[in-house]
Design a protein. Structure first.
Length: 334
């Protein structure tokens, strides 16, 4: 699950994104002081200012695999196999780095989701094998009420048009609103997130206290998701390599100074860290407690921020490490 897609906090893992040049090191503009020791005996690694963030690899799999995956009304998928064929082609061309660039184009460069989605389909040469497979059949692609979902929906729509479908895109709202419309056929398809959808459907079908069926393994997560989706009248396609998950980031300057690329690296060299996150982070198993239990990371202080301000807090040296979204457009390399 994800803070943009659910009211409950959960977190993510992502591949390391080493991006661009850094700013001036040191929380006060000078060199970071690693001479002091923390209660663990490790050096206290102070925050280091920098313009660019690095997402540290979640090498022990603390977070679940929230890979983007097509969710399609089962009756529509059975009647029109070209729908999943086209959407699976989209999945094959989409990874986290490209998703970051898509989000940057919309959220930072202020392009529309429609133009960004159409350009992606053209640039990635996504085209149906049979341009007449849809034969003018009308489809409706749904989107949740945040920009990434809208852009992905526009990509799905543009790709489906190459197969001869007539496609409308509708922004619906949260999962509680759009999933019933997938089930009853009001919507044909939506871009979804594998781990979040698996646990959402599992809770619906097996009770709110049902044990999570998601994991950091995307294949295992999709295997668990598939029968749950089928029971809800939904067919899922192939997951993309793109993940929109919660991740933990430091500045590039900090990563270079301490030679860290993974969370395990960080736990070996740094203690007494300052962690930035949403107010609920200290109580959530995939946030501060997970970092402590899974990696043995030691935190001297937690600082609470609205989610959108966490990255800036790390960049300006108010915290050494912070919770970010792996697909955030501000992580783009240019």
């Amino acid at each position: 699950m994800n803070t943009r897609r659910t009211t409950a906090l959960s977190l993510l893992a992502a591949a390391t994104l080493v991006l661009g040049a850094c700013g001036t090191p040191g929380s006060g503009g000078g060199e970071a002081d690693s001479q002091a020791t923390s209660t663990s005996g490790l050096a206290t690694c102070d925050p280091v200012k920098g313009d660019k963030l690095v997402v540290l690899e979640d090498d022990k799999g603390l977070q679940n695999a929230d890979n983007i995956i097509p969710a399609v009304n089962k009756a529509a998928a059975d009647a029109n196999p070209a729908i999943l064929q086209v959407l699976d082609e989209v999945s094959s061309k989409l990874d986290t780095e490209k998703l970051i660039e898509l989000n940057k184009a919309v959220d930072i460069d202020r392009q529309t989701s429609s133009e960004v989605g159409g350009k992606f389909v053209t640039d990635e040469d996504i085209a149906a094998d049979d341009p007449s497979a849809g034969n003018g059949t009308s489809l409706v692609v749904g989107a949740a009420n945040f920009s990434e979902s809208a852009t992905l929906a526009e990509i799905y729509a543009a790709a489906l048009r190459t197969a001869g479908f007539t496609v409308e895109v509708r922004t619906i709202g949260n999962r509680e609103l759009y999933l019933p419309q997938i089930t009853d056929g009001t919507l044909t398809a939506v871009p979804e997130y594998a781990a979040t959808l698996a646990d959402f459907l599992n809770a619906q079908q097996n009770g709110a206290d049902a044990k999570s069926v998601a994991s950091d393994d995307v294949d295992a997560t999709v295997t668990a998701l598939t029968p749950l989706a089928e029971a809800a009248g939904i067919t899922v396609g192939k997951p993309s390599a793109a993940q929109d998950q919660n991740a933990f980031a430091v500045t590039e300057a900090f990563a270079k100074e301490h030679d860290v690329t993974t969370l395990s690296d960080l736990a070996k060299v740094c203690g007494g860290l300052v962690l930035a996150g949403p107010a609920e982070c200290p109580d959530r198993p995939f946030c501060q407690p997970g970092l402590e239990d899974t990696y043995g990371l030691e935190f001297a202080e937690f600082k609470s921020y609205d989610f959108g301000l966490i990255g800036q807090a790390v960049r300006q040296g108010d915290a050494a490490i912070g919770l970010v979204l792996s697909s955030d457009g501000s992580l783009a390399s240019d």
